[in-house]
Write a protein that binds this ligand. Structure first.
Ligand code: PEP
Length: 257
């Protein structure tokens, strides 16, 4: 039987400066108990400029909260002005890097090949990529969401070996549900997450499919998380707006209560 530990990741997007970040992580850390951390992996994903202060706080007080970055360069080092290398994030204690978020695909023209290069760069530095896939409203209306998402997945996982995909996290985020208040139904989330798991079994094997965590993202809140988590193939959530409210994010982490 699969033993996938649920994961709740809070994508802060371009919110909270490095001082606000300390306050937010502290509030979460005070509320979260050992039992919460035993039950779910709790991850915060602040802006790059917050990572050093988040690291200092978490290390000093030995919080069990993990953290990651919202993006990563596909390059290892060199003349790439404005970019941040995976090795720099690893050195700051990051465990994760989001790659292929729909806002990066939309506003920064990221395609599957670039998302693949970023995922491989993250993996080479021992980070776990949180690989985002998801369809827009037009594709959903046309009923093409499953093939669309699987094509994104195939492109993003190119040349990634089985032992690395196991520590990759896949996040299914329908674009029409991000920041809109329009949450996918648990059945919608399950349909696509199950299709992703089946594809992992086809691309790799059943063991990889059983071990890889697949998250849902899109307007997740304390009030709708339990229904989504009740689905077999949903192993957690990537949370945007609600992750900026510590009470709400802790509620999401305690979806079992
Ligand atoms: C996201 O951007 O990853 C996200 C899921 O945002 P929200 O929860 O605000 O819809």
């Amino acid at each position: 039987t699969p033993s996938r530990k649920p994961l709740m990741a809070g994508n802060w997007k371009m919110n909270k400066n490095h001082l606000d970040a300390i306050l937010l992580v502290q509030k979460m850390a005070f509320a979260l108990k050992d039992a919460d951390h035993a039950a779910v992996d709790v991850v915060v994903v602040p802006p790059f400029t917050d990572l050093r202060s988040v690291q200092t706080l978490i290390e000093a007080d030995r919080y069990a909260i993990q953290y990651g970055a919202q993006d990563v360069s596909p390059h290892a080092s060199g003349a790439y002005t404005g970019e941040i290398a995976a090795s720099m994030l690893a050195k700051l204690g990051c465990s994760y890097a989001i790659v292929g978020h729909s806002e990066r695909r939309q506003y920064h023209a990221e395609d599957d090949a670039l998302v693949n290069a970023k995922a491989r760069a993250a993996l080479a530095a021992d980070l776990s990529p949180i690989l985002c896939v998801g369809e827009g409203l037009e594709v959903r209306k046309a009923g093409e969401h499953v093939p669309h998402v699987l094509a994104q997945l195939d492109g993003a996982l190119a040349k990634i070996p089985a032992e690395q995909v196991r520590r990759t996290v896949i996040a299914y985020e329908p674009v029409w549900a991000i920041g809109t208040g329009e949450v996918a139904t648990p059945k919608d989330a399950q349909e696509v997450c199950a299709a992703i798991r089946t594809r992992l079994a086809e691309l790799y094997d059943g063991g990889v499919a059983d071990q890889t965590r697949i998250l849902y993202g899109g307007s997740v809140k304390g009030s709708n998380i339990a229904g989504i988590m009740a689905e077999d193939d949903v192993d957690g959530a990537l949370v945007g707006g609600a992750s900026l409210d510590p009470g709400e994010f802790v509620k999401i982490c305690r979806y079992r209560d």
